[in-house]
Write a protein that binds this ligand. Structure first.
Ligand SMILES: *Cc1c(COP(=O)(O)O)cnc(C)c1O
Length: 381
């Protein structure tokens, strides 16, 4: 019996030793590790600056708070994403204006995005869906035309590049997640990158009560001023220590994801009942978060039979994402969206099964997954 979990963090003695090292010392926050992790992450993405935070959701909330968005303001948000992309807008009292996805990649439809802008629009949030980068030059053209701030939700986009620039560095800020099943983990955690170093240094104070200097910058202990409003959205030294160790493994993780993705894509090519998204390449360097397969419409009602067949063969799957965000109860009840809205996002939610390609798996597991999907569809047919 195979056991193929959808996602599994890869942690070994490097992370364990790093954590024990923190616990053996006196500094649990405000220490050198969060700073070192930020520097390492910035160097990897070639960001001029980065600031660590407690999650990707915190990162996006912090940005909208920083922009002082509130009631009467609108932010463009893809309908096909994690609830967090929209929640961050809701949390400051602004309105998320949802835009449908495009069929080829699941990324936001850029024509529909342009059409959704109103005089109240203040920002655009884009999501690199499952690691496939959005055509950011088009997004930035639209943003410049309307003078809008651009937030990139890069939760699944470590290792994604559009035209050679890492995700998060086309827009005004990029927000990353280190939740356990993302590309790298700190258990919980996030990072913001930006081209504007002044923005990053202001955000780093706003994530820590708006205090004017960090503990290590205080020449007299306990003496500091609070110059602005702020949260406690810091990353602890324990989390940062795990992150530093994970950064060393990142190139290997990404290479394994790519190898697995390509093997699985080849294996699935003979199954006529499914559609795949474009794989990326060229200007669109994918980070290969997972392989979403879209069952033909006529099969959608039997999706969970397929999922169950895979589960019985030891294969863990997921759905990205189970409903368009505007169809989730909170948003549907608040804004009254009909089921017929956002049809492409809905198609992805209704018909897709996400198959794993993570670095915890081998090419042999990819062949097994492809053979199993073929067999399961054959059995149900
Ligand atoms: C996971 C995820 C988030 C949330 O990240 P957290 O670090 O758990 O807050 C946000 N957006 C997308 C697209 C995600 O996949």
């Amino acid at each position: 019996m195979h056991t193929i979990p959808f996602g599994r963090p890869i942690l070994d003695n490097a992370e364990k030793d790093a954590v024990l090292d923190v616990l053996g010392g006196p500094i649990l926050v405000h220490g050198p590790r969060a700073k070192a992790f930020e520097e390492k992450f910035a160097a990897y993405t070639k960001a001029p600056a980065a600031v660590s935070v407690s999650s990707c959701t915190a990162a996006m909330h912090l940005l909208y708070f920083h922009l002082r968005l509130g009631p009467g303001d609108e932010v463009i948000v893809p309908a096909q994403t994690h609830a967090a992309t929209a929640h961050a807008v809701e949390l400051v009292g602004a309105r998320p204006v949802f835009v449908d996805a495009e069929r080829a990649t699941g990324n936001v439809d850029l024509q529909a995005l342009d059409a959704a802008i109103t005089p109240r629009t203040r920002a655009i949030a884009v999501v690199h869906f499952l690691g496939m980068p959005v055509a950011m030059d088009t997004v930035m053209d639209i943003a410049h035309r309307h003078k809008l701030f651009v937030v990139e939700d890069c939760a699944l986009a470590i290792g994604s590049y559009y035209k050679g620039v890492h995700a998060g560095l086309w827009g005004d800020a990029g927000c990353f997640s280190f939740y356990p099943v993302k590309h790298i983990t700190t258990a919980e955690g996030g990072m913001i990158v930006a081209r504007d170093t002044t923005l990053v240094s202001t955000l780093s104070r706003e994530r820590a009560f708006g205090v004017d200097r960090t503990a290590s910058e205080r020449s007299v202990p306990g003496v500091y001023d609070v110059t602005m409003l702020g949260f406690n959205y810091r990353m602890s030294e324990v989390h940062a220590a795990i992150g530093i160790a994970q950064m060393d493994k990142l190139p290997e993780f990404l290479a394994a994801r790519r190898r697995n993705f390509e093997a699985l894509r080849a294996g699935l090519s003979t199954i006529s009942e499914i559609t795949l998204f474009e794989p990326g390449g060229g200007d669109f360097q994918n980070s290969y978060y997972c392989m979403s397969v879209m069952l033909d419409r006529s099969w959608a009602g039997r999706r969970f039979e397929v999922v169950d067949g895979l589960r019985r063969r030891g294969i863990g799957t997921s759905v990205y994402y189970p409903r368009p965000v505007p169809h989730m109860s909170y948003y549907r009840d608040k804004f009254g969206y009909a089921e017929s809205t956002f049809p492409v996002a809905r198609w992805i939610s209704d018909c897709s099964i996400a198959l794993p390609v993570g670095p915890h798996l081998t090419v042999e597991s990819m062949n097994y997954i492809a053979d199993s999907l073929k067999a399961v569809i054959g059995e149900i047919r």
